[in-house]
Design a protein around this ligand. Structure first.
Ligand SMILES: [Ca+2]
Ligand SMILES: [Ca+2]
Ligand SMILES: [Ca+2]
Length: 225
């Protein structure tokens, strides 16, 4: 199981409220750490699903956005305003770093490395581990096209790290059918798969509502209709 608190301990993700000193010459190292984190996110998501059987999900795998102390505080009754704020700040800080890492990794590995994903780069990224037969399947191509449309919130023709962070935040919510434990600082395999289905649909649906909420919560921005 991949744990983001590991990244925090490595100095990659910084707990809320702490300064982020960046001595000269450290930029390359930080980039390498972000890339590694992005690769871990990618591997974790890939290991949740099974191309041979869409109904089979690997329930043992989850992506932790926050650490267990965050969840302990989140579960506490009668939280003070300061505690609520601490939870909010820490969550947002972590999810923004994950959005950066995941976008950087995807674009460095499957794109031109300019930091944003065009539709073609996103398609290359999404189909990376697909069996050949699926890669050329028109239906699978359409699903990727649909997903890109949902994720390009400002409709500028590419996915940036803000849109990616909004996506990661949105899928933490899981679904409303009782199978998910909801917003809890972890993306379960069920959260991921249920939201992936919604993302692949052509029509406006619940994923768009979640993305509109998270894009605004994280960056104060509204999606372009
Ligand atoms: Ca690019
Ligand atoms: Ca965009
Ligand atoms: Ca969740």
């Amino acid at each position: 199981m991949f744990n983001v608190s590991f990244a925090i301990n490595q100095g990659l993700l910084r707990p809320a409220g702490t300064k982020n000193p960046q001595p000269a010459g450290q930029t390359g190292t930080k980039q390498a750490q972000l890339l590694k984190l992005g690769e871990e996110i990618h591997k974790t998501f890939k290991s949740m699903s099974n191309y041979n059987d869409a109904d089979l999900i690997n329930e043992d795998v989850e992506l932790k956005i926050t650490d267990d102390s965050w969840r302990a505080l989140a579960g506490k009754k009668n939280k003070t305003e300061a505690e609520k704020r601490q939870l909010d700040v820490q969550y947002k800080s972590n999810i923004k770093q994950l959005g950066k890492a995941y976008t950087l990794y995807a674009d460095k590995t499957f794109g031109n490395g300019d930091g944003v994903l065009t539709e073609a780069e996103y398609a290359a990224f999404e189909s990376a581990d697909m069996p050949e037969i699926l890669k050329n399947d028109p239906e699978a191509k359409q699903v990727t096209k649909n997903a890109f449309k949902h994720l390009d919130l400002n409709k500028n023709g590419n996915i940036d790290h803000e849109e990616m962070a909004a996506y990661l935040h949105a899928i933490d919510f899981g679904t409303e059918d009782g199978k998910s434990n909801g917003l809890n600082g972890k993306i379960s395999a069920y959260d991921f798969m249920a939201n992936s289905l919604a993302l692949g649909m052509q029509k406006h649906n619940v994923i768009d509502q979640k993305l509109a909420y998270t894009y605004n919560a994280l960056f104060g921005k509204k999606p372009v209709e």
